[in-house]
Design a protein around this ligand. Structure first.
Ligand SMILES: *Cc1c(COP(=O)(O)O)cnc(C)c1O
Ligand SMILES: [Zn+2]
Length: 416
């Protein structure tokens, strides 16, 4: 069972029933799922959670629609790994990686899609859709296939080939739009009006979709032995993950499930699409949209819907937001792989490079614990590294050639 009570406007607080509605009738503010935490306190316990499934649905009581059987392809309950070698390189004491490369379709989007489609099914929808920078489309197409629904996923036509293939393989309709994500999103808002019977995960189902990201915070707490970390680095595209991770920590604290204070959250963006980082460092009131130009395609949202809420959160709690060039994103994909054996997509490179940047400028405290969210698998953006991650040497099939190459790479000493 769920303790969700309905929807609440983030701006004016108007309450709505848990229906397919995503903006406020009165002020057009975004809606958010609300819960009866009074009733949940003492009923949702460490034990009741630990007895749940090894997926995000162990937190079903704190999600909108667990129902009798949620749409569960196995999203979540991904490893939280202590990263000692990377911590040494970065000069920090306690670093953890939340390894969301390990989700069913290789990105954190499986969390939000699993929740969105569970709600969509309860609300009577039977077609899944989305506007996407790539990973969401893949996850929607996979989850729709899993429950036998048609899907319509809409992405920029110049996305990485690997992401297009990973989406198309599930058999849904994939529309490539000649434009960027912000064009795709605008088109989808128009399509929602024409096809109100389609469940667009991140448009008309957005309040439900967004709740899925809270499970990152829940899992981090539980995996740390029911304590909060001090600092968390979160990649920012639309800003939904960032704001809901913050919400997740607050909910666990409110329910008395976890020891410690709410962590300070830090954002991570690519300089080629850094509207939130720019507004933050400029001290600006509003987030000015930017035309994206970066290899971090999954984060390339120039006009982030939740940008203002990310700014509020950063300013209220002493956070900061990294802005890193493509060269550092590539370098840090390699650094993470070499030191920890984790292969991340470009968004993971953004997180690690931003972490390093904020340690260097002193906003992240090296003596306090840090969790970095690695949100997507490196196979998704293979194009970004195939030129540089390649053979050490190419040799003829002869022992002499092999030995010479190994001497060159200093694997055997020249004297032997
Ligand atoms: C979508 C995405 C994010 C964050 O997206 P938000 O829109 O900010 O919630 C982060 N990493 C990856 C790999 C993604 O696909
Ligand atoms: Zn309102």
């Amino acid at each position: 069972m769920s303790f969700a009570t309905g929807l609440l406007c983030r701006e004016c607080g108007t309450a709505y029933p848990a229906e397919a509605r995503y903006s406020c009738e009165f002020c057009f503010g975004p809606l958010e799922v609300s819960y009866d935490f009074e009733a949940a306190r003492g009923v949702v316990t460490r034990e009741s959670i630990s007895n749940g499934p090894n997926s995000i649905w162990r937190y079903g009581a704190l999600l909108p629609d667990p129902g009798v059987e949620p749409v569960d392809l196995g999203a979540g309950w991904t490893p939280l790994r202590r990263a000692t070698r990377l911590a040494d390189v970065l000069g920090v004491k306690e670093l953890w990686l939340k390894d969301d490369t390990r989700n069913p379709t290789g990105s954190f989007k499986d969390r939000v899609v699993s929740v969105a489609l569970s709600s969509a099914r309860r609300l009577g929808f039977s077609t899944a859709a989305c506007a996407s920078t790539g990973n969401l489309a893949t996850s929607v197409a996979a989850h729709a296939a899993f429950i036998g629904w048609p899907s319509v996923t809409i992405i920029p036509s110049d996305l990485e080939k690997s992401k297009v293939a990973m989406t198309a393989i599930f058999g849904g309709t994939v529309l490539g739009v000649e434009g960027n994500y912000d064009d795709v999103n605008r088109l989808c808002v128009e399509l929602v009006a024409e096809h109100p019977d389609w469940a667009f995960a991140n448009v008309n189902l957005r309040p439900y979709y967004a709740e899925g990201s809270k499970t990152l915070a829940f899992e981090i707490c539980e995996q740390l032995g029911w304590r909060t970390p001090d600092q968390v680095v979160v990649p920012v595209a639309s800003g939904s993950q960032f704001t809901k991770v913050a919400k997740g920590f607050r909910e666990f604290i409110q329910l008395g499930l976890v020891d410690g204070d709410a962590p300070v959250l830090f954002g991570a963006q690519a300089t080629g699409c850094s509207p939130v980082a720019t507004a933050f460092s400029d001290g600006a009131e509003v987030v000015t949209p930017q035309r994206p130009n970066t290899i971090a395609r999954s984060l390339a949202i120039g006009n982030p819907a939740d940008g203002p809420y990310v700014l509020d959160e950063l300013r209220a709690n002493g956070g900061d937001c990294g802005s890193v060039p493509d060269s550092e994103i590539l370098e840090c994909i390699g650094l993470l792989a070499r030191t920890e054996g984790v292969f991340a997509e470009t968004a993971g490179g953004v997180t690690i490079a931003s972490l390093r940047q904020m340690i260097n400028r002193g906003t992240i405290d090296p003596d306090k614990s840090i969790v970095a969210i690695i949100s997507g698998h490196g196979l998704k953006t293979l194009d970004a590294v195939v030129e540089t991650a390649t053979f050490s040497s190419t040799i003829s099939p002869s022992l002499a050639d092999a030995e010479e190459a190994l001497r060159f790479h200093q694997l055997v000493s020249s004297a032997s």
